[in-house]
Design a protein around this ligand. Sequence first.
Ligand SMILES: Nc1ncnc2c1ncn2[C@@H]1O[C@H](COP(=O)(O)OP(=O)(O)OP(=O)(O)O)[C@@H](O)[C@H]1O
Length: 258
Amino acid sequence: MGDFLTLQHVSRTFGGLKAVDDVSLTLRQGELVGLIGPNGAGKTTLFNLITGFTRPSNGSIRWQGRDIQQLSAHRIAHLGIVRTFQNLKILPNMTVFDNVSVGAMGQHRYRLWDALVRRGKPQRAVAESTWRALEVTGLADAADQLAANLSYGQRKYLEIARALALSPQLLILDEPAAGLNDTETAQLADFLATLHRSGITLLLVEHDLNLVRTLCQRVLVLASGALVAQGTPDDIWRNPLVQDIYLGRDDEEVTNAA
Ligand SMILES: Nc1ncnc2c1ncn2[C@@H]1O[C@H](COP(=O)(O)OP(=O)(O)OP(=O)(O)O)[C@@H](O)[C@H]1O
């Protein structure tokens, strides 16, 4: 398994602020990696850089050996890097099926307008991707319901289903556990582990440190835009610098999760 995603000296500045500061990292195919860091550490910006929603000020981002830092988000998704959104990008007045098929049509090179006009008559490949994503996420029985009628927890799975319909090789999840209770979070952890076993590489950006610790094989720690530590969860939770970063901000989550 060679290098999959490689960032070299990637920075992104906003005005005078270095939101991401000289980050170099590699993800390998088949990994399940967590990205943690305090509020404002640069996690979302890093994530936006990898998925083409923001361009780097410096540095290179290579995906399977090819530079992608100048490609559009749509093109990057087409190449296999797909993300979910923390603020769920769900269309409440469309059915669950249509919400997912809009995503799948992107994969099959339809434009959004076509997707909307062709509602109810998606092409076979789109329908197949959509049903597969709905089945994997447990939403197939709700396919005909309006998305607005789903519970908050189900909407989280709908967001993931939309991403899965794009057949990602690398799926980047933006705080999937936010707003879920303990039981729902445990179910989500089982689901993500199953997804990972199915062969999808996962990068999880998450504030729920317990979830990261129990689920991830490797953890990256960002602070003030810099990658300050990476290693197994045990290494990271023992790392005094990581403890300082959290404890220094009166945040006892690291110790509580230990
Ligand atoms: N578009 C932007 N314009 C200006 N500043 C920005 C922009 N996006 C992010 N920033 C700043 O960059 C820094 C990193 O923000 P970012 O959202 O990436 O952190 P984060 O680790 O995702 O935080 P959180 O955990 O709170 O979501 C912050 O100081 C933020 O205010």
